[in-house]
Design a protein around this ligand. Structure first.
Ligand code: FE2
Length: 275
């Protein structure tokens, strides 16, 4: 019996911890259980120097559950890895996910989590931020928590993967994706903690409210997402990995070095229906 070498160091007050002393490409069950427990506790975990092959990246994801194939984003499917999404930018392609969002909430069962690996990291800038939707929810008054807990929101692809930018000819799955309803506050299926579950990328409105009411309430909640005390921020190096719980967080890239080459690869773990 060897002593555990894994160490977990929090990087911010609301969420986020850096884990060292592990090789994600070669995990025994005990170490995986420690990582899983730390992930539930800290909502997002960071690892350095993880030079994972696509196969090992996917194998780590599958420890949590089946992997999702993203309906729109570019992937390594031509190399036999449709589960690995490529997020790449440089001076000619300055696109980054620079708005707060939770991944893929426009389907009935949004992902449980994602594992993002930096293949090429910018020399400076290009960080990613996460915000705890548990911390946001818990910051609200009992009265506001009660109001939100009775509400349902509509999610769709209209703002982020629009029909014009991602036409049905190229993305045949899209017509099987009508808008979906999710509770505005969901209860985490593993921790039991309550978290706000609306995001500006995919939530179109709150059901049963007039447009102005919905926009005002969502705008208020979105304003809380970026509150520094509810967030953490991670600076990427080549072979850094972030593993986040998509059920209780939002994230965004920081678009402050758009000319730099940044290539990220992500696997996404299927989740359950929010309730
Ligand atoms: Fe994302």
């Amino acid at each position: 019996m060897t002593a555990p070498t894994l160490s977990v160091t929090r990087i911010a007050g609301a969420l986020g911890a850096e884990v060292s002393g592990v090789d994600l490409g070669d995990l025994d069950d005990t170490t995986f259980a420690q990582i899983h427990a730390a992930w539930l506790e800290h909502q997002v975990l960071f690892f350095r120097d993880q030079d994972l092959s696509p196969e090992r990246h996917k194998a780590f994801g599958r420890r949590f559950g089946p992997l999702q194939i993203h309906p729109f984003l570019h992937s390594r499917k031509d190399e036999g890895h449709p589960e690995i999404v490529i997020l790449e930018s440089d001076a000619d392609r300055p696109a980054v996910a620079a708005g707060w969002h939770t991944d893929v909430t426009f389907v009935e069962s949004p992902p449980m989590g994602s594992i993002l690996r930096a293949v090429e990291a910018p020399p400076f800038g290009g960080d990613t931020m996460w915000s705890s939707m548990v911390a946001v929810y818990e910051s609200l008054s009992d009265t506001m928590q009660r109001l939100l807990s009775g509400l349902v929101a509509i999610h769709d692809t209209a703002r982020t993967f629009s029909r014009s930018a991602y036409p049905a000819e190229k993305h045949p799955d899209r017509d099987a994706m009508p808008s979906v309803e999710h509770p505005v506050v969901r209860t985490h299926p593993e921790t039991g903690r309550k978290a706000l579950f609306v995001n500006p990328a995919f939530t179109s409105r709150i059901k049963g409210m007039r447009r102005r009411e919905s926009e005002t309430l969502l705008g208020f909640l979105y304003g809380l997402t970026g509150t520094p005390e509810f967030t953490c921020r991670f600076h990427w190096q080549k072979n850094s990995i972030a593993l986040w719980d998509n059920r209780c967080t939002q994230h965004r890239a920081v678009a402050d070095n758009l000319a730099a080459h940044r290539r990220m690869e992500r696997v996404t773990i299927e989740g359950d229906r929010p309730r």
